[in-house]
Ligand binder design. Structure first.
Ligand code: G3H
Length: 541
């Protein structure tokens, strides 16, 4: 079968779906968690159609996998009220609880979450089309992240469990929560990236309003009970509905202390502006990116091709860290293109449950049309689709397109494609890609491929001041999760890593007094009597 025929046959009929990957049934969520209760919703619902299409007599149809509530501003405001009440201006049970007890709650949650692994993994696969093996990895990485967060908080707490003496003042310095956090995650890592903000936010003593991503909502449903049972009421509240209908009122209320969003800079800008007290609002954001690869004449070509494929096509290019534009030195451009072409042709495409599959259907219904537009625009400005069937589309599936030579007149030169399109630009001087990065509105990461130490060093120094991570001879990526993950310009605000996230969702507070006998007696009484959870020398083992 040639590639074109294979593409047409990528989808299967209902009876050809292997039993072990099927959902037990359609999932019709009617509950949402607010103020410690799983409330029933009887209003409008959103139908969730999987990017996985099914062959039917009527042709290919996205499979309906369930529905979820489309609540209104009223329910969102009730949830906000619950979070505000649970925080109670820092006097609530949760923000004043000892770190050790908060850790216990998160451990209980994780234990219950693990019991839901099978269904959550299947829902990741069905809702966003991520390969089954990558869906499992996403779940496992999230659990590891939670445990690493607990360990990091224990370390932080141990470091703060003593008193400091300075210039006649005794003080104990710890980190305190900030208040109510509005947390919104992205569709591409709907569990992992959401939890890399949600977990640190909760564990530091904040209370939470959590809006799951539009594609990637149902997979959180099996976890609602675990949230309900693991935390005091009002600590975790879920909100469902159209973002533009429910989120503005939350921001305008001025009661949200932290906005954490992994998504677009446009949405983040709009939301921040709605808050009446800008100085009270902290924003922790992971936003757009257009990471470049710079492949010089001194690169190991095989390695550069291998990493370009991984960097630009893992999860179909739908990663904020994906390589979204490739600069290759003119002297090796033809060879690079040829090898890239061959490597892309080797990638397995198909249904997400197939072993070894890399390329799978795309969840956003508008995406195939958008990518087609980008490709046609590039062609109109002189680029060619270099690979056979590049850009070929079958319903929600788009076969990767390698575009060459790409220039500044094309939309794909600047726009974040977030999909399987690889724009390749040739350059003669290293200044060309460096100037591109300087002019870019993004500043997340870059990958430089070269084995010439002087050349690499000359690129590192200007690039570290433009982006937040310079990768040498490897693709861009977020992990390991203990490394700082951030970006400059429109790419991020605040830093997320296991340790940094704990700092991002808290503020340093200290209790201080003059070093004299009566104050020392007072502090000793408090500490020895275990009267305060903040002023304490308890050591978490
Ligand atoms: O979407 C952006 C993710 O943070 C990327 O994470 O580089 O580990 O795939 P990753």
């Amino acid at each position: 079968m040639n590639l074109k025929n294979q593409l047409e046959n990528i989808f299967v009929s209902e009876d050809q779906i292997p039993d072990q990957y099927k959902l037990p049934s359609e999932i019709h969520q009617r509950e949402y968690l607010s103020n410690g209760e799983l409330l029933t919703w009887n209003g409008d619902v959103h139908a969730v159609y999987s990017p996985i299409c099914i062959k039917t007599e009527r042709g290919l149809e996205r499979k309906l996998i369930g529905t979820y509530p489309v609540c209104t501003e009223n329910e969102a405001m009730d949830a906000l009220q619950a979070a505000v009440y649970a925080y109670d201006n820092g006097r609530g049970e949760w923000p004043t609880m000892s770190v050790a007890d908060r850790i216990k709650c998160v451990e209980n949650f994780t234990h219950s979450m693990l019991q839901q692994k099978d269904i959550v993994v299947k829902l990741i696969m069905w809702e966003i089309g991520k390969s089954y093996s990558d869906s499992v990895k996403e779940f496992d990485r999230t659990v590891e992240y939670i445990y690493a967060t607990i360990d990091a908080l224990k370390d932080l707490d141990r470091q703060s469990s003593g008193f400091e003496h300075e210039q006649g003042i005794i003080a104990q310095i710890r980190r305190s929560p900030l208040g109510v956090v509005l947390c919104m995650g992205p569709f591409n890592y709907p569990l992992n990236e959401t939890f890399t903000t949600l977990i640190p936010a909760i564990i530091m003593g904040n209370t939470l309003l959590f809006k799951p991503p539009k594609h990637g909502t149902l997979l959180h449903y099996p976890l609602l009970k675990a949230f309900q049972e693991s935390f005091p009421k009002g600590v975790v509240n879920t909100i469902y509905g159209r973002g533009h209908a429910i989120v503005p009122a939350l921001m305008k209320s001025g009661k949200v202390n932290v906005l954490t969003l992994i998504g677009s800079s446009k949405v983040a800008n709009e939301l921040k502006k709605l808050h009446p007290k800008v100085n009270r609002l902290r924003a922790i954001l992971g936003l757009d990116a257009k990471n470049a690869a710079i492949i010089t004449a001194n690169a190991d070509l095989k390695l550069a091709v291998q990493e370009t494929v991984l960097g630009s096509l893992s999860f179909n290019g739908q990663r904020c860290t994906a390589l979204k534009i490739i600069f290759v030195h003119k002297s090796i451009a033809d060879a690079f293109i040829q090898h890239l072409n061959e490597a892309v042709a080797q990638l397995k495409f198909g249904m997400p449950w197939e072993a070894g599959v890399t390329l799978t259907p795309l969840p956003e219904p508008h995406k195939p049309g958008y990518l087609k537009e980008l490709i046609e625009d590039a062609q109109a400005h002189g680029a060619k689709v270099i690979n056979e069937n590049g850009g070929a589309t079958a319903a929600s599936f788009v076969y990767p397109a390698i575009l060459y030579p790409v220039n500044e007149k094309m939309k794909v030169y600047r726009e974040e494609q977030f999909g399987p399109v690889i724009p390749v630009v040739s350059f003669e001087e290293l200044d060309t890609p460096i100037d591109y990065i300087i002019d870019s509105t993004h500043g997340q990461q870059v990958s430089i491929f070269s084995n010439d130490s002087e050349e690499v060093a000359a690129a590192i120094d200007p690039l570290v001041n433009q982006v937040s991570r310079v990768n040498i001879n490897c693709q861009c990526q977020r992990g390991p999760d203990v490394f700082p993950f951030t970006g400059r310009k429109d790419s991020a605000e605040g830093t997320l890593s296991v340790v940094d996230a704990l700092r991002s969702f808290s503020i340093r507070s200290l209790v201080a007094t003059k070093n004299n006998e009566s104050n020392k007696r007072l502090l000793n009484d408090i500490v020895h009597g275990h009267h305060s959870n903040f002023l304490s020398t308890k050591y978490i083992f």
